[in-house]
Ligand binder design. Structure first.
Ligand code: CO8
Length: 258
């Protein structure tokens, strides 16, 4: 049997997916993208998991699509097998909150995989780039859309057309990532953030995530309308009542995820 290309574990309510193809700097081949999608399916169905963290090694989050695997493909191959759409996008459609913990190279599809997560925590040594035009392709896992929405057109064009590499500090200043932490502490920070999310009410966190993501997909009036509807929906939950009662009674809330 082929050895798995990822490692998974659950810790403090957090499902952790570690990309594990060190020989190829976690380049994303068909097997690893399928296994990531399967791990997301498993964690979404697991009541013990309230949030998901995706990480790589200290040297590389992921060095992009596996160029050696795709270099001989034809249009008919990639069109027929729904290359990228089939497995990669599963992470983007996760309903539970997701965090990318990035160290080292987040290149091409690796950067795009991080961008599929709800937020990104990076070590100082993290480097972000979309250099696909350097090898005769273009970003194809959402990069032209998600990067542009995250950092704006001017910087997205700079990165995509010239292959410019952003340092972690530059990525944070541009709004691509949420936090920069000392080398070696990115995973612990991301897991701590995810554990905080996992301790909150699951349905409330999912509603909040859905509302924020809508800001990327629709116009302002429509987004505000959805936000208001989702806020009203929180009033149908026991956890909303518990959260507000706990505040009034000066005690910690006991969320029951309902
Ligand atoms: N695919 C396959 N193998 C890779 C990849 C990759 N993307 N990246 C690194 N590797 C392999 C190397 O070939 C090398 O293997 P070997 O030891 O057998 O020669 C091993 O990983 C280590 O890599 P390096 O020796 O190159 O390590 P360095 O530290 O010197 O350099 C870099 C690190 C800068 C990250 C360098 O490896 C690099 O530039 N990699 C390629 C990055 C890249 O261009 N990524 C974008 C890929 S395209 C993409 O993601 C979206 C494509 C959508 C197109 C759709 C088309 C249908």
């Amino acid at each position: 049997m082929t050895q798995s290309t990822i490692l998974t574990r659950v810790e403090t309510g957090v499902g952790i997916i570690t990309l594990n193809r060190p020989e190829a700097l976690n380049a994303l081949n068909a097997q690893i993208t399928r296994e990531i999608a399967e791990a997301v399916d498993t964690f979404e169905a697991d009541d013990a998991v309230g949030a998901i963290v995706v990480t790589g090694s200290d040297k590389a989050f992921a060095a992009g699509a596996d160029i050696k695997e795709i270099k001989d493909k034809t249009f008919i191959d990639v069109f027929g097998e729904q290359f990228i759409t089939r497995h990669w996008e599963r992470l983007a459609s996760a309903r539970k909150p997701t965090i990318a913990a990035v160290s080292g190279h987040a290149v091409g599809g690796g950067c795009e995989l991080a961008l599929m997560c709800d937020t990104i925590v990076a070590a100082e040594c993290a480097r972000f780039s979309l250099p696909e035009t350097r090898i005769g392709a273009i970003p194809g896992a959402g990069g032209t859309q998600r990067l542009t929405r995250a950092v704006g057109k001017a910087l997205a064009m700079d990165m995509i057309l010239t292959g410019r590499v952003l340092t972690a500090q530059e990525a944070r200043a541009a709004g691509l990532i949420a936090r920069v932490v000392p080398d070696g502490t990115h995973l612990a920070t991301a897991v701590e953030m995810a554990a905080t999310i996992a301790r909150s009410s699951r349905p409330i966190a999912m509603l909040a995530k859905e509302a924020v993501n809508k800001a990327y997909e629709t116009h302002l009036a429509e987004g505000i309308h959805l936000e208001r509807r989702l806020l009203y929906a929180t009033f149908a939950t026991e956890d909303r009542r518990e959260g507000m009662n706990a505040f009034a009674e000066k005690r910690k809330p006991q969320f029951r995820n309902r």
